[in-house]
Design a protein around this ligand. Structure first.
Ligand code: B12
Length: 250
């Protein structure tokens, strides 16, 4: 069977264009609020739009779920994503390459920076317990992991990276309110460039569920990891960027 290049959303029947969206409006729940939700959905190109759920969320706010048809088509040939461009290695392979080529442990420093206290993601990558049955980087014999935890300031992170002679710095940003994740990442990458000479700074990696993985250049980092990242992907990338490809770092 040939793969379809142009697709439409699927709701009740193939290609019927049905989608479901949710949003909150700053209005108390009444008939007018429900009409306002349908008007917004229409303006978003959902037509007809059916209100399937509305619930007051505290004083003066209402949450809505709207189901309806869009006429937009998706061209699969025009989809742009960041694909994995390095081989996925096992823990054993990672340890072997690090041991043979670096002849010392690869030092990794990780933290949640700014006011962000969501450590579950970075812990999943760094701590032995890992995630989804995969062990974290602490489990890798040839990696030395320093996990600084939550709410670490950028100067503290730079200092720790210097102290630990970090080959890579792993930063987690989960809160995206007012683009905090973007501001904090830019501040972090600028601080490393100011504190360390070109070619001597550690590999800078950020991760979190709401990053756009194509924004590396804009944010001044070497790699961005998003939702569902596994420790094995990160370890494999470290080997690729620091050893096998020896990525030049400005
Ligand atoms: C648990 C949780 C908390 C816990 C955090 C406990 C802890 N020690 O981490 C507590 C209760 C403390 C908390 C507090 C708050 N939270 Co909260 N929290 C969550 C929740 C429910 C789950 C997050 C989580 O643990 N996910 C599981 C991990 C494994 O997934 P992950 O973080 O995406 O990580 C994976 C990838 O993204 C990636 N990754 C992540 N980081 C990194 C880093 C690197 C280097 C790499 C390679 C990969 C990587 O790999 C990980 C594994 O696959 C989310 C909602 C949700 N369902 O996601 C809200 C959520 C993140 N919280 C939210 C908010 C608003 C808050 C508070 C501001 C609430 C308040 N008003 O007080 C505070 C802020 C506290 C602070 N100062 O940061 C919002 C954020 C909204 C936004 N737009 O930013 C969310 C989305 C809830 C919501 N829908 O409103 N929260």
């Amino acid at each position: 069977m040939t793969e379809k290049k142009i697709v439409r959303p699927y709701g009740d029947t193939t290609g019927d264009g049905m989608v479901q969206v949710s949003f909150t409006l700053p209005v108390p729940h009444d008939k007018r609020a429900e009409g306002a939700a349908v008007q917004l959905a229409n303006k978003m190109g959902i037509d007809p739009a059916m209100l399937v759920h509305a619930k007051q969320m505290g004083d003066g706010f209402t949450f809505f779920l709207v189901y309806g048809r869009v006429n937009h088509l998706v061209d699969l040939d025009k989809v742009q994503v960041v694909e994995r461009d390095f081989p996925l290695l096992s823990a054993k392979e990672v340890n072997t390459v690090v041991k043979q080529r670096m002849r010392r442990k690869l030092s990794v420093v990780g933290a949640c920076i700014g006011t962000d206290a969501h450590t579950v993601g970075i812990d999943a990558i760094l701590n032995v317990k890992g995630i989804a049955g995969e062990k974290g980087l602490e489990y890798y014999r040839e990696l030395k992991v320093t996990n600084l935890g939550a709410q670490v300031s950028v100067p503290e992170l730079v200092e720790a990276a210097r102290r630990e002679k970090a080959d890579a710095v792993l930063v987690s940003q989960v809160v995206t309110q007012r683009d905090a994740h973007l501001h904090n990442t830019r501040e972090m990458s600028a601080a490393f460039r100011e504190a360390m000479p070109a070619g001597r700074r550690p590999l800078l990696i950020v991760g979190g569920p709401r990053f756009d993985e194509s924004m590396t250049g804009e944010l001044g980092v070497d790699r961005i990891f998003g939702r569902g990242t596994t420790p094995g992907e990160v370890a494999s990338y470290l080997v690729h960027a620091l050893i096998t490809e020896k990525k030049a770092r400005a």
